[in-house]
Design a protein around this ligand. Structure first.
Ligand code: ADP
Ligand code: MG
Length: 143
């Protein structure tokens, strides 16, 4: 099942993230795909807010995963942009996150494609310059 959304501002992308975060369930893994600067972190911030997290969420810079525990469910925000090898995921014990009680959201999922569960929800954000600088098409694909 897939749904396509169009946004014209960062706030609209944040809002879509918020709505998905509100509906997210335990044990779900969201793969957030798209080029640099497309709005993955904006979406992730909305998603976290939708889960009831009030802390500010930024892309984890020095760690692969950042954990937030004060929302409706534990939230694990991965940004694997700087990962060298998928073995680094083994080292942090990724299975406890992917198959735990919380919700995972992964930026740059294609870098770790071999370990992604096939039950993951894929969110692809794309620009389309002909539609304007701030236009984004967001495709949400559920297994
Ligand atoms: P990524 O995490 O994908 O690298 P960021 O979320 O950090 O990207 O940055 C996206 C940038 O694009 C922000 O500066 C944001 O203000 C801008 N932007 C412009 N239009 C949109 C839109 N429709 N949706 C999301 N971000 C947008
Ligand atoms: Mg980012």
């Amino acid at each position: 099942m897939s749904e396509v959304w169009e946004t014209h501002t960062p706030e609209e992308t944040w809002r879509l993230g918020y709505e998905l975060g509100e509906k997210a369930g335990a044990k779900e893994v969201y793969c957030l795909d798209g080029d640099l600067g497309v709005g993955k972190t904006v979406f992730a911030q909305g998603f976290a807010a939708g889960l009831g997290i009030q802390e500010s969420v930024n892309s984890p810079t020095f760690t692969i995963v950042q954990e937030y525990d004060q929302g409706r469910l534990p939230f694990y925000h991965f940004d694997v942009y700087r990962i060298g090898d998928v073995e680094e995921m083994e080292e942090i014990g990724y299975e406890d996150y992917f198959f735990g009680e919380g919700v995972c959201l992964i930026e740059w999922p294609s870098l770790i494609s071999e370990i992604l569960p096939d039950t993951a929800v894929w969110v692809l954000i794309e620009k389309e310059m002909e539609r304007g600088f701030d236009f984004r098409r967001i495709c949400v694909k559920r297994p």
